[in-house]
Write a protein that binds this ligand. Structure first.
Ligand SMILES: [Zn+2]
Ligand SMILES: [Zn+2]
Length: 143
């Protein structure tokens, strides 16, 4: 039932094996168009293709699990800034190569923290907004 989006395999100039998700392509936009109001709004913003470490973003799982889905939306619509504390302390642990956040969405959590459902712990999130933050990840989908 979950739709899959295509993934391209590539290698960075440094030789790191990555997957490219072409979020800017209409075909992928149609699949990742959002299910609820927040996701739809985020999905309506201009999208960029995103890079993930090879094999970490699985299309089917991503479409089913809200935290994964939201993380892909954040990464493709968000902006690059200073890495959050988690991304800075554990480089290569998240699925995405760089730390991006979408201002005004999910408390401003970066996509790598959102991915593993730790949005409220992301150092980019303002403490007062942290409570609202996990609401779209209440789905009980198990790993
Ligand atoms: Zn981060
Ligand atoms: Zn973070």
């Amino acid at each position: 039932m979950a739709k899959k989006f295509p993934i391209l395999q590539a290698t960075t100039p440094e030789g790191v094996a990555i997957d490219i998700i072409e979020c800017s392509k209409p075909r992928v936009k149609r699949i990742l168009k959002g299910n609820n109001a927040v996701q739809k709004l985020l999905a309506s913003l201009p999208a960029k293709d995103i890079q993930a470490y090879r094999g970490r973003v699985k299309p089917k799982k991503t479409c089913k699990r809200p935290s994964y889905y939201n993380a892909v939306l954040i990464q493709s619509r968000g902006t690059l800034g200073q890495p959050c504390d988690w991304c800075a302390s554990k480089p290569n642990n998240g699925p995405f190569l760089d730390c991006r956040s979408a201002s005004g969405f999910f408390g401003g959590s970066c996509a790598n923290c959102k991915w593993r459902d730790r949005a409220s712990k992301c150092s980019h999130v303002e403490p007062k907004k942290a409570k609202v933050d996990e609401t779209s990840a209440v789905d009980k989908d198990k790993e």
